[in-house]
Write a protein that binds this ligand. Sequence first.
Ligand SMILES: *Cc1c(COP(=O)(O)O)cnc(C)c1O
Length: 419
Amino acid sequence: MTTRSPVWHPFHQHGLGEAIPLVDRADGALLYTSDGREVVDAISSWWVTTHGHNHPRIVSAIQEQAAKLDQLIFAGWTHQPAEDLARGLRAIMPRELEYVFYSDSGSTAVEVALKMALGFWANIGEPRDRIIVMEHSYHGDTIGTMSVGERGVFNRAYSPLLFDVETVPFPQEGSEQATLDALEAACKAGDAAAFIVEPLVLGAGGMLMYSAGTLREMRAICTRHDVLFIADEVMTGWGRTGALLACEHAGVVPDILCLAKGLTGGLMPLAVTMASAPIYDAHYSTDRSKLFFHSSSFTANPIACAAANANLAIWREEPVLERVAALAEREAQGFARIAQRHPITNMRQSGSIIAMDVDVPETGYLADIGLKMREGLFARDILLRPLGKTLYLMPPYCLTDAQLDRIMTAIDETLTDVL
Ligand SMILES: *Cc1c(COP(=O)(O)O)cnc(C)c1O
């Protein structure tokens, strides 16, 4: 008899009795379970693993740093891995983003961005507190990040605690002007502190994609009305869309940039919020009440920073974007074949992120079809987590042709079963 595990899993309904695989080790795009299965990780362990699991360069950087300096208070103290990482980020990120603030996750990177934006307006003596957001956005699961994200079944129970925001419609192809008009109106209202947006791809909202031209227009509107532009590149950063940042496709530089997931290559939890000089300068003073009031115990953990430095070295020395481009092409070919054989709509792609909707009447994240597909795919040793009827891939960049073929065969068979 097995006893029930005391572990309470995230985004998991334990009451359904779904099997929970126990994973012993990983290598590249593969996960090895304790019962001897070899599973292809086609969603990069929830969008974090960029180059591949257990990348040897990052693993050894972690080992070396752990033996040297494990953890350090970061309020008023510093260490070389954090200094190197901030300079390394400055060298590859847009030059306007001069300052690097560390935290631990995508959610905290966004919380920090929101606090920086309000702190900026408060410290320059023009308090503004309205945040503009885009419909269907996801920015995390803390109270603040849920407030700026899509409201729905995910946060209904907590809605009394969420603060009010101004929401602009998602820029559906053909009706982008409605989004731009709504953004312009919200910016003109005068109390808007910032607009926060996922550039080009709304991830958890259903892998919804919009054009670089719209992103550029939205940036221009914010600039025109002095509203801070926050880019949440927690998912889209680190090559996912075929460029280091999704913002690059639009030639856009945000005032504040959030990065996490792939920052360490996905091996350690670490996040940064990068800010332009005016944001930092508004907090720079001899007045202690103007300092930036945010810290967490593990801010800039040295081991995590060492992992991120190794990730930056990989970006400097290896053809990462070429790898992403080749992967994207193979994904497109595979999905085109699937679309010929099954009822599929809304095929869309941005670099290594490719998505399609299964043509069924059900909608929403909790649509049964999503769970059925997930189970069918897992039975075929593929880790995928459809968002309702949206089936998407976001694999590590090391995915081999044979592994991609395994994914496509499993999708083909699973769709035949469930439809
Ligand atoms: C995952 C995600 C977050 C939250 O990151 P966590 O590390 O899970 O807290 C925020 N924004 C976007 C766009 C994300 O995809």
